[in-house]
Design a protein around this ligand. Structure first.
Ligand code: KG4
Ligand code: ZN
Length: 339
């Protein structure tokens, strides 16, 4: 079964064809990030306008660059939420139109569930990848969400905890802005932190790290960064490097400790770390070290970096494992959709 996955929840316009839930035949992503960079964050109207400009060429490339035609596609999967309404509408209305004209069924996908399926993707038919066994503890860390979930089966989730205020990605983005770094802040903080010698010269809080719950809170961290910034007249490069390093250490410490707690409490077969922030090298290394050292019988999955951030492939894979088909008349965008 070949599924065309369409993702337009924020500033990426993405389309991908995935066969039988795993094999990525094509994955095309266009981003309007460069337009938003000069504003220091996403401008929703600009994002929607760029989605409209990009959607037809991106879908065409996902099909025709690998010599597929519409008759090869069995189902369309589309992100219906959460996200920016203007952006979501472009993907949703495009999918409805294709569905009506080409007589293809649609599977609506929750973007947050989609991220998880980055762990099910492979790029070559010969690649022998191990697929996650369930139940799995899932840490979803993206720009707007930080959630710990127990995935009992496909489509069956138990919510363990989430952020009470800012998401981990927001903590990176907002702190980077305070340091005068460009948007998105996560990759910038990571780049600065790599220049650090490795010994912290500053101390930032690890909010609610030992509270015995699965909740997160990152807004205090952002305030602590603001205080450090305000104490200085001039932000020299060494200060930015020190702060970026300590901030990354603080955020990743909290994410790892809470995930370890969930593993201890639920003894899953796998642990999945997904969402844009899972591209962070420090988080990947820390999580690998801690999970592998403590739990030799549990497999850790962190997708290749290109599938951590938004793409159409995980949307198509999610649809394969959750085949709840709907007629095009019943598909609509839902910006506030929850996990
Ligand atoms: O999942 P995603 O691409 O979009 C949403 O669904 O939100 O996540 C975007 C977030 C941004 O906050 C960005 O700063 C963060 O992922 N991010 C990173 C890295 N790459 C992207 N954070 C830390 N380190 C990175 N290397
Ligand atoms: Zn996302």
């Amino acid at each position: 079964m070949k599924i065309l996955g369409i993702e337009t929840s924020c500033d990426e316009t993405a389309a991908s064809v995935v066969e039988n839930g795993n094999l990525v035949l094509s994955s095309v992503v266009a981003s309007s990030m460069n337009i938003h960079k000069k504003y220091g964050g996403i401008v929703p109207e600009e994002a929607a306008r760029e989605q409209l400009r990009a959607i037809a060429p991106v879908i065409s490339e996902a099909l025709f660059s690998v010599e597929l035609s519409w008759k090869d596609i069995d189902v369309i999967a589309v992100t219906v939420g959460p996200g920016l309404l203007g952006s979501l509408l472009i993907g949703v209305e495009t999918s409805r139109t294709i569905s009506y004209i080409m007589k293809k069924p649609i599977i609506p996908i929750n973007h947050l569930h989609g991220h998880i399926y980055a762990c099910w993707l492979k790029e070559s038919i010969k690649a022998k990848i191990k697929l996650p066994e369930l139940p799995a503890v899932v840490l979803l860390v993206s720009g707007g969400h930080t959630e710990l979930v127990l995935m009992e089966d496909h489509g069956k989730y138990k919510f363990l905890g989430g952020t009470r205020d800012d998401a981990a990605g927001e903590a990176f983005d907002k702190s980077a802005r305070l340091l005068g770094l460009t948007y998105p802040g996560g990759p910038e903080i990571s780049r600065m932190a790599k220049l650090h010698s490795g010994k912290s010269t500053m101390s930032l809080p690890r909010p609610i790290i030992n509270d015995n719950l699965y909740d997160f809170s990152f807004s205090g961290l952002k305030t602590a960064v603001l205080r450090e910034v305000q104490r200085r007249k001039f932000l020299d490069n060494q200060f930015k490097i020190d702060l970026a390093y300590e901030l990354q250490e603080a955020i990743t410490d909290v994410l790892v400790i809470k995930t370890l707690k969930a593993i201890n409490d639920f003894s899953p077969k796998s642990v999945l770390v997904v969402g844009g922030v899972s591209a962070n090298e420090c988080l990947r290394k820390k999580m690998e070290r801690e999970v592998n050292e403590r739990f030799s019988n549990i497999d850790l999955f962190i997708p290749p970096v290109k599938y951590c951030t938004d793409n159409g492939a995980y949307i198509a894979s999610c649809a394969f494992y959750n085949q709840r088909v709907k007629p095009w008349q019943e598909i609509s965008a839902n910006p506030g959709l929850e996990f």
